[in-house]
Ligand binder design. Structure first.
Ligand code: PLP
Length: 439
């Protein structure tokens, strides 16, 4: 029998992946009961909905086709979440993959990403990162002059293969993100090069017979208004004009488009508006400067994978402390450090018993020995019971990729869900895994 769900629950359900359904007062994704998935496994457990991944990338691709008349590409920011299955998924959609250094390059290769689709970032790439980039990548985005000098000195040792070199600009302009730690394009940022350094980099590369054929910037993460990108795009196009690229050139205004993490933030910002805002600014900016249209790259991470993922935790103990009700779960800062890093907000639903009305406000915290090990603060919820499961939506980005073994935490299992199919993308770590690095 169909349930008539309370309003609060229906609202929160919109944060969950596309294939989520509330059936018999319980959560299902792609036809799989979350309670059954969790009962046969250890929690915390992460599940990803393949339909959400496919639909989101289709939105990006159709927006670029609609609004950008030149060639365009999408580069998945691997830092959001990368494993072999996700790397393989990127190739089903013809994506490039942004890898930060040797480690992510290794995962991308193992997932079948070919050289021409690997793009390497990094604010202070080590020699090993650069060596791996020259061996396996198609594009390297140079962050600073020291890195460029290192490339010029050692390029002959790096196998002599053809790698496309882009320069990362720090535009000196901020976008509106919810925390200073998610800004990257402001004038005092540690990332990228100033206009003057970029022009110097072009001279250095010319002397070393290296060709620069792209400009990149990334202003910040989880912003919802594309407007502040426009002056940064203009600045980058001014610099492109000064450089005077010969032939095909590449331009990437990074990623960072936001998603709704909490029902207060719904609806999620439109991918179409974002891509359209960028495409129109690039077309107009090139026209006024007499520039050839670049190959336009977008570099999304969070907006591609965050909503596809759900974290399932089990409630252990419940404590009343003054006005605060602490729900203590088995997940927390070791699998999701985002609250501890920058006060990220979340919402959640119980996995079962969705017909309950809200009757309390709770704060949800993990089992780790840090007071900052909090997942959610002051969220209206129904009366939860010890032993029950909760599901935290929008958990697909920057959770598992930032996870740790703090307090001996074993990093969680991650499943990819489709109708009639469950794929283990990452198995849960064991104590043996914790000991593997001990000599
Ligand atoms: C260079 C670069 N590109 C893309 C991204 C992806 O950002 P987001 O996941 O917010 O889209 C990041 C994130 O930090 C980044 O540093």
């Amino acid at each position: 029998m169909a349930n008539i769900n309370p309003f609060w629950m229906t609202n929160r359900l919109a944060l969950f992946p596309e294939a989520t359904r509330a059936r018999d007062d319980s959560l299902f994704i792609a036809g799989h009961s979350l309670a059954s998935l969790a009962d046969g496994r250890l929690t915390p457990l992460y599940v990803y909905d393949r339909a959400t991944l496919d639909l989101t990338i289709a939105e990006y691709q159709s927006a670029l086709r609609a609004y950008y008349p030149g060639e365009s590409r999408i580069t998945y920011a691997g830092k959001a979440f990368l494993c072999k299955s996700i790397a393989a998924w990127t190739q089903q959609h013809n994506l490039m993959v942004d890898c930060t250094g040797e480690g992510e390059i290794g995962i991308a290769i193992a997932g079948g990403v070919p050289r021409e689709k690997i793009l390497v970032h990094g604010v202070n790439k080590s020699s090993a990162d650069l060596k791996s980039a020259f061996q396996h990548a198609g594009t390297i985005v140079v962050d600073n002059l020291t890195e460029l000098e290192r490339i010029c000195t050692h390029v002959d040792r790096y196998t002599g293969t053809q790698v496309s070199l882009w320069l990362r600009l720090v535009p000196g302009l901020a976008v509106s993100t919810h925390h200073a730690h998610t800004q990257t394009g402001q004038h005092d940022s540690k990332f990228g090069m100033t206009r003057e350094e970029i022009l110097q980099a072009v001279q250095i590369s010319k002397k070393a017979n290296l060709q620069i054929n792209g400009i990149h910037f990334h202003q910040g993460s989880n912003f919802r208004d594309p407007e502040p990108l426009i002056p940064a795009i203009d600045l980058a196009l001014d610099i492109a004009k000064e450089i005077g690229f010969n032939g095909e050139w590449h331009f990437c205004p990074g990623g960072g488009w936001g998603v709704a993490y909490h029902e207060d933030e719904l609806p999620s910002p439109s991918i179409e508006n974002y891509a359209r805002g960028i495409a129109e600014a690039v077309v107009e900016g090139c026209k006024t400067r007499g520039l050839e249209l670049p190959v336009l790259h977008l570099e999304p991470g969070r907006s591609l994978v965050a909503r596809a993922g759900v974290a399932i935790y089990r409630v252990g103990a419940i404590k009343q402390r003054g006005d605060k009700t602490w729900i203590l779960t088995d997940g927390g800062m070791a699998d999701n450090p985002r609250f501890a890093l920058y006060g990220a907000r979340y919402s959640c639903l119980p996995v079962e018993g969705l017909d309950r009305e809200i009757d309390t406000k709770v704060s949800i915290a993990g089992p780790y020995c840090e007071s900052g090990d909090v997942v959610i603060e002051d969220l209206p919820m129904p009366n939860l019971k010890e032993g029950e499961l909760i599901a935290i939506p929008v958990a697909g980005a920057y959770h598992l990729s930032m996870s740790s073994n703090y307090n001996g935490a074993r990093r969680p299992e991650a499943l990819l869900l489709e109708e009639g199919r469950v794929e283990v993308m990452l198995r849960r770590e064991t104590v043996d895994d914790l000991l593997r690095r001990d000599p």
